[in-house]
Design a binder for this molecule. Structure first.
Ligand SMILES: [Zn+2]
Length: 414
């Protein structure tokens, strides 16, 4: 096992800074929506860096980029690492990007150290992790894991009505979605480096997080149909106010999520649409967007079932028609014990004390975990802030995490 390694923080810092200038927003804000010109330029920059590092590049029909450092035993399953470079409007420069450029830096410092991997090490840049264009997150990794097939991808439209195939072709991709799924023995292990996007590491004062489980969301859209009317003339006993049903349900989401017995259950009503939305008009329709997450499927689904049942009860009691749609229901993931142990050994070698923690945001790794042993390494986020231009992790924190990643990959590829 390698006992010392040094990340070239300057080189990585310069590349992070350069990638941040490829944006549709005014710097320092980063906006890089998938299949946009900025996305294309970021891809070209990334591929260029990979070529300079001697990696062989493959790009699939939806834009996942695979950059491979060939090992001495190409028959064995490769070790994967990577993340995404697309960014929501007005984002910062670290989300996803540190896992891509940091993954490249990890490979380069292993190369410079003279390390010869037995298994190939493959760096992945996932296409369209953010849901900005098509309303669904992690589309690239969903496709690789086979949870989104060609038909499902083709059914997606962006706000202008463009399909994924046309968008992909516009930036020079094939737009072929029929063979995106990876074979089950493709990766022997997958490790994603990512910023925490939360406050925990900073709070406990530890430099690195090793993720043991990734929470997964289920989201529901619930609509109550009431009866509209004049706010002055319809007397209280005659009303069918849809908003009141919605308000009851929002309170119930909170209550149910607190009562599952799992501290990891979280429930949020993040959207409440009231129609027609006039001050002197009784709400005739109310739609709620509800997000429920947990690291355990049982308690997550217990909360989801409770919310659906309560919604039905409210509708029955208030005598209102109701529709409940499940928008998505992803499986939570447990991280692989062998990769966790490798990451712990890497931290020990580097004299860093890690925190074992849960990822409460979801990532491409959630979908990679469907097929492959998977784990994530977290970097502290200043103030827990993310998806904002002032998102920040220090060069020192990033460099240390890249070293942890490098030593973890080296063990897995040996
Ligand atoms: Zn991300």
């Amino acid at each position: 096992m390698i006992t010392a390694i040094n990340c070239n923080g300057e080189r990585l810092g310069a590349e992070l800074a350069h990638l941040a200038t490829i944006t549709e927003a005014t710097p320092p804000a980063v906006t890089r929506v998938v299949f946009s010109d900025a996305d294309l330029r970021a891809r070209n920059y990334f591929k260029d860096l990979c070529r300079k590092a001697g990696l062989s590049i493959r790009e699939d029909g939806i834009g996942n980029i695979f950059a491979r450092w060939q090992g001495s035993d190409p028959e064995s399953a490769a070790i994967g690492t990577g993340s995404h470079t697309d960014a929501i409007p007005n984002a910062g420069l670290y989300d996803g990007v540190v896992g891509v450029l940091g993954g490249l830096e990890a490979i380069r410092i292993l190369q410079e150290k003279g390390f010869k991997p037995r298994r190939s090490i493959e760096l992945l840049m996932f296409a369209t992790e953010e849901p900005t264009r098509f309303g669904v997150g992690c589309l690239g990794s969903r496709a690789l894991a086979g949870t989104y097939n060609e038909e499902k991808i083709l059914s997606l439209r962006d706000e202008e009505g463009n399909g994924a195939r046309d968008c992909a072709k516009r930036i020079g991709l094939s737009g072929e979605f029929n063979a995106l799924m990876l074979p089950e023995n493709y990766y022997g292990a997958f490790v994603e480096l990512h910023i925490e996007q939360g406050p925990l590491l900073e709070k406990v004062g530890l430099p690195i997080g090793i993720v043991t489980a990734i929470a997964a969301p289920a989201s529901l859209r619930v609509t109550f149909e009431g009866e509209g009317g004049h706010a002055g003339t319809v007397l209280m006993p005659d009303r069918k106010d849809a908003l009141l049903a919605g308000a009851e349900l929002a309170l119930a989401v909170d209550e149910i999520s607190r009562a599952t017995g799992s501290a990891d259950t979280v429930g949020t009503t993040g959207m409440l649409q009231v129609f027609p939305g006039a001050i002197n008009s009784i709400p005739s329709r109310c739609t709620l967007g509800i997000d429920i997450r947990d690291t355990q499927l049982e308690t997550r689904d217990l909360a989801v079932a409770g919310v659906k049942l309560t919604a039905q009860e409210i509708a029955a009691r208030r005598n209102l028609p109701i529709t409940i749609e499940t928008i998505n229901s992803d499986l939570p993931a447990t991280c692989d014990a062998r990769i966790i142990a490798a990451a712990e050994r890497a931290c020990e070698t580097l004299k860093l004390k890690p925190l074992k923690m849960v990822s409460r945001a979801y990532h491409d790794s959630l979908f990679m975990a469907r097929l492959f042993p998977t784990c994530m390494i977290f970097i502290p986020s200043r103030g827990g802030v993310s998806h904002r231009p002032d998102e920040y992790s220090s060069p020192e924190q990033i460099a240390r995490s890249v070293e942890v990643l490098a030593l973890t990959l080296a063990q897995l590829a040996e």
